[in-house]
Design a protein. Structure first.
Length: 198
């Protein structure tokens, strides 16, 4: 199996399925929950740009640098967000989990935790990754806290790393989980999923 071969990852709360244009309408509805595209430090597509964003991700898959998923809420059967394996370096068995967003209703939920567990489990146990990265904007405190809750460690900050669409310069926080840490992270995420939720 190659890094960009479409696959489905199935959990109790969430299913990660190959992204396609059939998810467009659900994703437009999802992105409106919280008006996520208005957060200046993220790159979440607006409703009118959803089709172009699906095309962009599928094009990167064809080019071998991304494997995009639609995140399906198991309870409703609807797409509630997107996630990807990206910046894939198959030679060095490294990938980033990123370009992730979820509708506000499911943020910080069991669905979110399970998605990360499914993606990390497949990266380390099927792809045999030596490291999995997460990257986010310096000012995205919610994302940084979520990445740290997974058990990822901060590798460093790439200063003036990217030019944002509003013209500002993005400092990018780079986190990773390495293969030797995976057993402890897996146990931690399993424990988190087993805890009762309010």
């Amino acid at each position: 199996m190659t890094f960009t071969e479409p696959l489905t990852l199935t959990g109790r709360h969430a299913h990660l399925v190959p992204l396609s244009h059939t998810h467009h309408d659900d994703l437009v509805e999802a992105v409106k929950d919280g008006e996520l595209w208005k957060l200046w430090y993220t790159a979440v597509p607006s409703p009118e740009k959803m089709s172009a964003e699906i095309d962009r991700r599928l094009d990167l898959q064809v080019k071998g640098s991304m494997l995009p998923f639609a995140v399906i809420d198991a309870a409703s059967g609807k797409a509630v967000g997107m996630s990807t394996y990206m910046n894939i370096d198959a030679t060095n068995r490294r990938a980033e989990i990123g370009s992730t967003w979820y509708r506000k209703q499911v943020q910080r939920s069991a669905l979110n935790t399970e998605c990360k567990l499914l993606l990390l489990n497949h990266a380390f146990e099927a792809f045999n990754c030596i490291a999995v990265e997460f990257r986010t904007h310096w000012f995205n405190q919610q994302s940084r806290a979520g990445i740290e809750r997974l058990g990822a460690k901060l590798d460093g900050v790439l200063r003036n790393h990217q030019l944002a669409s509003n013209g500002t310069l993005r400092d990018t926080c780079v986190y990773s989980i390495i293969a030797s840490e995976w057993p402890a992270v897996k146990a931690h995420l399993g424990h988190q999923l087993g805890k009762p939720r309010n």
